[in-house]
Write a protein that binds this ligand. Structure first.
Ligand code: XMP
Length: 430
């Protein structure tokens, strides 16, 4: 390992991630592990320089107060205990450490080096992946989103053509999105990429399905089936790469944290397709994943892209999806994204997109009454997607977008700007 590491043991505090982030900000790598880790497991983590025990509000699990193993106190690592200090620790605190105290623990007690940076992280992960995978093959569902793209680039660097990427185009991707996945990964990075155009299959399955949950289920289920079919065609695959990142693990619940939502990347594969997981980004926060992508040389527009839901344009083409309305959605979304980029708003606004409801509104084209689709513009800012505020887009900017959409997308008769924050609205419309 290139990097020194401070291990935080999870004793039910919701502040663990805050401490981990602060330690990383001080230049030392930090990971959070379950409270009942054994000394053997701790030693196997390589380059551990110190341990932090952080008790908290969720320390009582099913009526039992959890604690670390007794053997840990004599393992030889400096230990800092916060909240239920015991006599055997190097440092005892009754509240979260201030920066000075934390620094003194890291650099005086643990003698850690401030060598946490993306270059070293990547080198470490390459070594870990090579050790795990050996000469076997890894399969990866490459959606083109930030996480799967960064994991693909990292695995490619680690194991080259032992990585097999599968990109499923479900026909609900944004304009040129699948093309750019093929261009970057197959043409520029020489990845072993299987491109599956399953547009017809998805759109046929979705015909006349108006219920949002039913649409999501069909898209998710069909995705698994297509991916599974491709996996079965391949031979000698033992591992499945996943773009799991740290917030996914937190949201899925640790031993002490409540489940926020269960996390599935390519969950739901049939029992007989059992793979061991390779998840090199699972300790990274989102901004660190992006920094990792930049360090790996991925294009900025791939690394800094806005969040895009798994069911894609499927949940923005409201109600039962029709092909011409989907096209109006895709084109209007591309225009909006283009104008955002030109105005420099793409780096400022968290999520921005268009939505097309399933009705037509009357308009006038060539001096004649004509029915057309209504495009809705949504632009929001948020920190955690649990609540969101509206971006106050400038009227001149909006008018330019309206002019372009109505000029270039002939099936559109109206463009609206949506102003409802979350709550009461959600970010997506379905
Ligand atoms: P809502 O609409 O719940 O969205 O306010 C919050 C964030 O989650 C994204 N989103 C999804 N992402 N699959 C996903 O992968 C989904 O089904 C899905 N629904 C919403 C949404 O884009 C926003 O960033």
């Amino acid at each position: 390992m290139k990097q020194d590491m401070i291990v935080i043991l999870d004793l039910g505090s919701t502040e663990n991630t805050v401490i981990a982030r602060e330690i990383r900000d001080l230049g030392v790598y930090s990971e959070i592990h379950p409270h009942d880790i054994t000394v053997e497991e701790l030693n196997a983590l390589d380059n551990v320089k110190g341990v932090i025990l952080n008790g908290g509000e969720n320390r009582v699990v099913d009526g039992v107060t959890i604690d670390v193993r007794e053997e840990l106190y004599s393992c030889g690592y400096p230990i800092m205990a916060i909240d239920h200090p015991t006599a055997k620790c190097t440092k005892k605190l009754d509240k979260l450490p201030d920066t000075k105290t934390l620094k003194s623990f890291l650099f005086d007690d643990c003698k850690a080096e401030a060598n946490w940076n993306m270059k070293n992280f990547i080198e470490d992960q390459i070594e870990i992946v090579r050790r795990q995978v050996g000469d076997k093959k890894v399969l990866l569902a490459l959606s083109g989103g930030v996480d799967s793209s960064v994991v693909a680039a990292l695995l490619l660097k680690a194991i080259g053509n032992q990585l097999v990427c599968v990109h499923v185009n479900h026909g609900l991707m944004r304009k040129n999105e699948s093309e750019s996945v093929v261009e970057v990964f197959r043409n520029q990075l020489n990845a072993n990429l299987i491109y599956v155009d399953a547009t017809e299959r998805f759109l046929t399955k979705l015909e006349n399905v108006a219920d949002p949950e039913e649409k999501r289920k069909i898209i998710g289920g069909e995705f698994i089936r297509v991916f599974e079919e491709e996996a079965r065609k391949l031979e000698g695959i033992d591992f499945l790469g996943q773009g799991t990142i740290y917030p996914d693990i937190i949201e899925s619940g640790t031993k002490t944290a409540k489940v926020v939502k269960s996390h599935h990347n390519v969950g739901g594969l049939p029992e007989d397709l059992q793979f061991e997981l390779v998840e090199p980004l699972k300790q990274l926060f989102k901004d660190e994943v992006r920094a990792c992508g930049v360090e790996l040389g991925l294009p900025a527009n791939m690394v800094y892209r806005q969040p895009f839901p798994g069911p894609g344009l499927g949940v923005r083409c409201l109600g039962a999806i029709t092909r011409d309305r989907l096209e109006a959605l895709r084109e209007s979304d591309a225009i909006l994204r283009d104008e955002f980029a030109k105005a420099g708003l793409d780096k400022k606004v968290w999520q921005y997109f268009t939505v097309v409801p399933d009705f037509k509104a009357v308009g006038v084209r060539n001096h004649e009454r004509s029915m057309g689709y209504m495009v809705v513009i949504r632009a929001v800012n948020t920190i955690d997607a649990m609540s969101a505020s509206i971006e106050r887009l400038d009227y001149d900017f909006l008018e330019k977008v309206v002019a372009r959409i109505t000029d270039e997308v002939k099936s559109v008769s109206r463009v609206c700007y949506e102003l409802t924050p979350k709550p009461v609205a959600t970010i997506e419309f379905e």
